[in-house]
Design a protein around this ligand. Structure first.
Ligand code: ATP
Ligand code: MG
Length: 359
């Protein structure tokens, strides 16, 4: 049974979150408008930023069936709309009375039982409202786009032998594109537009934590920081959200407690997938992580040394006070007692680098 329609942007946002999709403000807004206005949405953006997942999440959020048309070069009407079941038609012709006239035969074999519904027709003719995902529309050609216009603007399909099939319920239509070619204005005009980009750091952190909740908070944060750093480089294929999630899961599996230069080198192939990119990331980000590691260790050492100084000063001060205090007797024993404090400070120093890394 379909879920109640979200009536505001906030409700749409919550519905998508419940369906395990953390939308950007714009994604929640456009999804809300698409549902309320009954308009298709064209979602564009780099690979792996959640274009396809948005359609899937909408289907889950609204408890609708997802009908998916995966586009590719050379996709034609027969695979997207419908085709006649020739074999079945032949069998029927053979099985029929030879005396039957052609018109009678034709009416028979070009009727609904001989029609094979492909995704677009399946979505239009569904009794229950569906979410129709037309994935990677940019892989098709302009003729295919032109054919789509009737479906997108009127939610109907004309079949010459049968007539016009109109949608009994308005589907929510999501078209995705990786921008590999410019889509026609005619298609764009019929759609709402949503540009999905690489998310902001905090947003990506939430997404990663949702997909890999067992990963330590500090590691997850470091992960999205490193990913942001990698995206700044001039790479053939910058890592997307999909790679961030994969990396988080890989780190979990390997039991990595932090992301240092060694961890990066070991797991780099999860986030960059071109040989030249691997070299660039290893050099630039690896160096940065190594430098950071040095700084952390130096800070830890400094903190330890500062602690030691403070302890020494404290001990000296106390010693001086003891000496200044003529009432105090047996300073030797007292100072000896203070050595315990010194040992404590030394103990703190030994644990300091670990503390700093954990922070
Ligand atoms: N906002 C989000 N909330 C939760 N998960 C997300 C979000 N965005 C992306 N993801 C996750 O990132 C991964 C990649 O998403 P998806 O496959 O939808 O990307 P895409 O943009 O369609 O990529 P491509 O262009 O390569 O097809 C999926 O595992 C998806 O669950
Ligand atoms: Mg996709």
């Amino acid at each position: 049974m379909p879920a109640p329609t979200p009536m505001s942007i906030a409700e749409m946002d919550s519905a998508l979150r419940r369906a395990s999709y953390l939308p950007s403000e714009q994604a929640a807004l456009v999804s809300h408008l698409a549902v309320r206005l009954g308009k298709p949405v064209l979602v564009e953006g780099p690979a792996g930023v959640g274009k396809t997942e948005l359609a899937k999440a909408l289907a889950r959020a609204l408890s609708r069936r997802l009908v998916r048309l995966q586009c590719y070069e050379g996709l034609d009407e027969a695979k997207a709309l419908y085709e006649w079941n020739y074999r079945k038609q032949l069998l029927r012709i053979q099985a029929r009375d030879e005396q039957a006239g052609w018109q009678e035969v034709e009416e028979d074999i070009f009727s609904a039982p001989f029609l094979l519904s492909r995704p677009l027709l399946a979505a239009i003719s569904s009794q229950e409202p569906v979410v129709l995902l037309i994935d990677e529309i940019d892989k098709t050609d302009q003729e295919f786009e032109a054919m789509l216009l009737e479906v997108l603007s009127d939610f109907q399909i004309s079949i010459p032998e049968l007539g016009v099939i109109r949608a009994s319920s308005t589907p929510i239509v999501i078209l995705t594109s990786n921008n590999s070619r410019e889509l026609t204005e005619a298609l764009k005009r019929r759609c709402l537009y949503l540009w999905l980009d690489y998310p902001q750091l905090e947003h990506e952190l939430q997404i990663v934590q949702m997909h890999a909740p067992e990963l330590r908070q500090t590691v997850a944060r470091r992960l999205v920081e490193v990913i942001a750093m990698v995206r700044e480089l001039d790479l053939k294929k910058p890592p997307s959200i999909a790679e961030s999630i994969d990396w988080a899961r890989a780190l979990l599996l390997l039991g990595a407690a932090e992301i240092d230069e060694a961890t990066l080198r070991q797991t780099m192939a999860v986030i960059v997938k071109h040989r030249t990119d691997l070299a660039i990331v290893a050099e630039r980000v690896g160096l940065e992580l190594a430098a950071k590691q040095d700084t952390v260790e130096q800070d830890a050492a400094d903190q330890g040394a500062a602690g030691q100084d403070a302890a020494d000063q404290g001990a000296a001060g106390q010693g001086a006070a003891e000496q200044d205090d003529p009432q105090q007797q047996g300073p030797g024993r007292q100072v000896g007692g203070n050595q315990g404090t010194g040992a404590q400070v030394a103990g703190n120093r030994a644990s300091a680098p670990g503390d700093v890394r954990a922070r």
